[in-house]
Design a protein around this ligand. Sequence first.
Ligand code: ATP
Length: 346
Amino acid sequence: MAIIEAHHLSKTFQQHRRFPGFWGAIRTLFTHEYITRQAVRDISFAVERGEAVGYVGPNGAGKSTTIKMLTGVLVPTSGTVLVNGRMPHKARQENARRIGVIFGQRSQLWWELPVIDSFDLHRHMYRIRHDQYAKNLAFFEELLCLKEFLHSPVRQLSLGQRMRAEIALALLHDPDILFLDEPTIGLDITAKDRIREFLQAVNREREVTIILTSHDLKDIEEICSRIVIINQGDLAYDGAVSDLKTRLGNQRTLTIEFSHDPGPITISGVTLLQDDGSRKQFQFDKAVLSTYEVLSALAEKYPVVDISLEDTDIEDIIRTLYNSMGEQALEREQLDTWTRGKAVTK
Ligand SMILES: Nc1ncnc2c1ncn2[C@@H]1O[C@H](COP(=O)(O)OP(=O)(O)OP(=O)(O)O)[C@@H](O)[C@H]1O
């Protein structure tokens, strides 16, 4: 049986409708109109024990809402979710014992206390056996280099040190699943690398199932073998990271520095990926067009100063997917306006 099963999971929020301006503020006080926001729409997926799954999508796509339903913080509006065979929101305590949760923007550590005291409190709360606690602490101390700050108050830690402590804390009770929401946000490259290596080790050696959301796709590429992409609440892709690369792997990215901004450029079969004025990034399918054809079509019309060519990496692949999903988003916005028009009066 899969360790996580989501069937037709949906979540809608009702937001109090606010009217703009001074009179609007007064109207807001006296009206009870609500806007329905569909954060997650009819999502189904299953995660096997020991998998590492990257859950990605643009801002507001519904990632955190899904994670909150999987961890029992939010109740689904419809559909079902089973984690370790239980409904997380109905069995919050049992579920909590089997999962570890890290929200990059929030801390589970006690700000004024030394790190080790937060660990100790966690040991009591989760009734972790002494030998299990000692073994885990030794393992994390070594792999996450915790020794240097284990006895310092949390408020004195750097962001990287704090995140290492958060991860150790979330794993002290040997959870089966680790949910991580933006664990490397704001960290420098070395700190990110250290955390990625550690998560790889935890997934590989301890077979902890990992569900990771991150806007840094390097996190996903290095830690996860599977990627689930969500957009505007809908599931847009679910498959192996390697398949996603193969599927769009024929794409090449050509970056051109022009002597000045040539304005809009359209060449059949070539997509404008990024436009920074005189520096533009294009993408094309190398099975359809040769680099020579693309370059000569461009250089014929516009003064080219410099070029660089790369096979498309995962960032580009996802950017292309997001761009195509942007069109759907526009349609969804129209739908939102429609929903607003139908705002229910309670
Ligand atoms: N408590 C809430 N009340 C009302 N709307 C909410 C609530 N939580 C989330 N939303 C809305 O649901 C949608 C999805 O939000 P969510 O936080 O799940 O997105 P996300 O993919 O995690 O975004 P980000 O990458 O920016 O963190 C957004 O439109 C958001 O405004």
